[in-house]
Write a protein that binds this ligand. Structure first.
Ligand code: PLP
Length: 371
């Protein structure tokens, strides 16, 4: 009688994360909790690793979800691969790239950036030039910049460091499952995502993958990984081998949820999922442009799964968001950083990338702005 659940609304989640969670994923989440070393839990963990390799298009042995949200994935990649004094190059065209700079600097790394304008894909030539000026331990990029609605050209950037000893780190928190990701083909050494975006599971896991080169780099560290909880070499012993070695209490219910969510995705087929995201992105753009909204990103790099719109004149982005939430129970996001108050950000992600939620959102926007 003391909970506040009665006040919780059923909200249609159309921000760029978290995205709507399918009923069978919620059902999986509510299955009985198992001990983190229970054989059945380990069987689920093994299946999750296999699915994740398929979704990431990788054969990397070290491929598993870290316990924590996407930010835990970011921290884990940097904290395991960077030591004080290392030089890293971060491609920057949005809020999440800037966060990478903060994370790397806190570890004592020298973090240089290639700054590219917001709302445009990064310029691979500028990155090539920066790589030519200095040797870097690591090149890092955000694949899907959730703050600006850009998918950066990861394959092209990967090619720049493929035959070098510079490691390639990629954040695809907002891309994996909704747009193509090819960890092996693109030469990615350290990769992380989030469970709550195009994978359509609840927030709480950060799928990650590390190449052999990344693992070798960790083995050769001069200093201990300064964060015990995110030490991938230790966590690996919990995810493989027999017997499994206790590291932390694995969130078994979240493993079930991710297992079911990835089963949904792989049953549909990755390519079909990408095509669906693209088609629903066009449907949304057509609907909102018809109401006078202008897409923030024009041209190459527009991310189908992250859509930013400038409202028509006379419509305030934050007032519209508030009304969508209060009157229509639909969540869309506001602008981040320099775009605060100027745009709405709409996710076309996972279960949200379907006709019914897109049409419901367009109709609700129309209702709000007609008045
Ligand atoms: N990286 C990107 C590109 C993101 O969009 C986000 C979250 O929106 C993060 C990292 C951080 O993930 P989380 O909020 O799950 O910790």
């Amino acid at each position: 009688m003391n909970t506040v659940f009665g006040n919780l609304d059923h909200v249609l989640l159309m921000a760029p994360g978290p995205s709507p969670v399918a009923p069978n994923v919620l059902k999986a989440l509510s299955m009985p909790t198992l001990g983190h070393l229970d054989p059945h839990c380990i069987a689920v963990m093994d299946a999750v690793q296999e699915q994740l390799r398929a979704v990431c298009k990788t054969r990397n042995a070290v491929t598993f979800p870290l316990s924590g949200t996407g930010s835990a994935g970011m921290e884990a990649c940097f904290v395991n691969l960077v030591e004080p004094g290392d030089h890293v190059l971060i491609v920057s065209n949005g809020v999440f790239c800037a966060r990478m700079v903060e994370v790397a600097s806190r570890l004592g790394a020298v973090a240089d950036t290639v700054d590219c304008p917001w709302g445009r894909a990064v310029d691979a030539q500028a990155v090539k030039e920066a790589l030519g000026r200095k040797h870097y331990k690591l090149l890092a990029v955000v694949h899907a910049e959730t703050s600006t609605g850009i998918n950066n050209p990861v394959a092209e950037l990967g090619a720049l460091v493929k035959d070098s000893d510079t490691l390639f780190l990629v954040d695809s928190v907002a891309g994996l499952g909704g747009v193509d990701v090819r960890v092996d083909e693109w030469g990615i050494d350290a990769f992380y995502s989030g469970s709550q975006k195009c994978l359509s599971a609840p927030p709480g896991l950060a799928p990650a993958s590390f190449s052999d080169a990344a693992m070798e780099s960790m083995a050769k560290r001069k200093t201990k990984v300064p964060n015990w909880y995110l030490d991938v070499t230790l966590i690996r012993k919990y995810w493989e081998g027999s017997p499994r070695v206790y590291h932390h209490t694995g969130p078994s219910n979240m493993y079930y949820a991710l297992h079911q969510a990835m089963d949904n995705l792989l049953t549909e087929g990755l390519e079909s999922s990408f095509a669906r995201h693209e088609a629903m992105h066009r449907r949304l753009a057509q609907g909102l442009e018809g109401l006078g909204f202008t897409p923030y990103v024009k041209g190459p790099g527009a991310a189908p799964q992250i859509n930013l719109f400038l409202p028509p004149s006379g419509v305030d982005a934050n007032t519209l968001r508030a009304e969508l939430r209060s009157k229509h129970r639909i969540e869309v996001a506001g602008g981040l950083g320099e775009l605060a108050g100027k745009v709405i950000r709409v996710g076309v992600m996972g279960e949200g990338a379907r006709e019914e939620p897109i049409d419901r959102l367009i109709a609700a926007v129309e209702d709000c702005i007609r008045k």
